[in-house]
Design a protein around this ligand. Structure first.
Ligand code: HSE
Length: 292
């Protein structure tokens, strides 16, 4: 028997649609695995009732299949499903690391990324690695083609999760299929700025680079109060604010000293439009860990 903790993640960060991701220090999923003849899945924790336990419809079932590693898998959800915080990716990453250890498959974390991404496909319709990569590797990750680049970074963050459900499938449907050249040029500039900011652990540059004129505006309409929450976060000292993943979470970068005020301002702004929310005062953190 073996247990793994895998962190929530925030992908895109505005300018890096389907490319950038960060591991969050909190929240996280805990996955316990035990060898079995057939895979069975049990789910407890936040939003457990919404998660299928049939291995064919569950992200960890696809991972067990890909690793040829049947097991009884218990998932304790700390990351709410449909939150924009990489809930399915956290479970998939945890299962990949745990089953790799349990069955002594000897794969590296980098090699586990595409396997965990197969689990993501069960939920969102297509395999994308921008959440599973940071959940496995930690830090800031760039998923480009089949390659993954990662760098440690230390940036304080607030992830504010409203009581709204946005499915990844719906949020992907509103993404435009074409873009203006001027918007593409701006996005490349922001993505480059954000990357330098991550390498320097500089909240100012990271925040500046979290701007995107293509994907985020199309998704903002799915989140009641997004504009007000964004403005409130900036007024409280955030250096950058955008939709986290496919939403509905909104993520803000800031300096340590402003984090509490940013979290409070975001909660108040959601409350003003009648939406309950919770705020995680978090930061970029480590990847999945086997628990001793
Ligand atoms: N990059 C993905 C998206 C993350 O924004 O749709 C959500 O899983």
């Amino acid at each position: 028997m073996l247990s793994v903790r895998a962190p929530a993640t925030s992908a895109n960060l505005g300018s890096g649609f389907d490319v950038f991701g960060v591991a969050l220090d909190r929240p996280a999923d805990l996955v316990r695995v035990e060898k079995a003849d057939e895979t069975t899945i049990e789910v407890t924790g936040v939003g457990a009732t919404y998660i299928p336990t049939d291995p064919d419809g569950n992200t960890v079932g696809a991972v067990a299949e890909a690793l040829d590693a049947p097991a009884h898998i218990h998932i304790n959800k700390g990351v709410r499903p449909s939150s924009g915080l990489g809930s399915s990716a956290a479970s998939a990453a945890a299962a990949a690391l745990a089953l790799n250890e349990l069955y002594d498959r000897g794969l590296t974390r980098e090699e586990l990324v595409p396997i965990a991404a197969k689990g993501e496909a069960v939920v969102s319709g297509e395999p994308h690695a921008d959440n599973v990569a940071p959940s496995l590797l930690g830090g800031f990750t760039i998923a480009s083609g089949d390659g993954i680049t990662s760098v440690d970074a230390d940036i304080p963050l607030v992830a504010c999760l409203p009581e709204i459900a946005v499915s990844t499938r719906d949020a992907r449907r509103v993404v435009p299929s074409t873009a203006e050249m001027t918007d593409l040029v701006d996005t490349v500039g922001h993505a480059a700025t954000l990357t330098v900011g991550m390498c320097r652990s500089d909240p100012e540059l990271v925040g500046e680079g979290m701007t995107d004129e293509i994907v985020t505006p199309a998704r903002a309409g799915l989140i009641s109060g997004y504009t007000q929450v964004r403005t409130a976060a900036f007024d409280a000292g955030a250096t950058g604010v955008t939709v986290s993943g496919a939403g509905p979470s909104v993520i803000a970068a800031c300096y340590d000293g402003d984090r509490r005020a940013v979290a409070g301002a975001m909660l108040d702004a959601f409350a003003d439009v009648g939406v309950d929310a919770r705020a995680y005062q978090t930061r970029i953190g480590r990847g999945a860990e086997v628990l001793k």
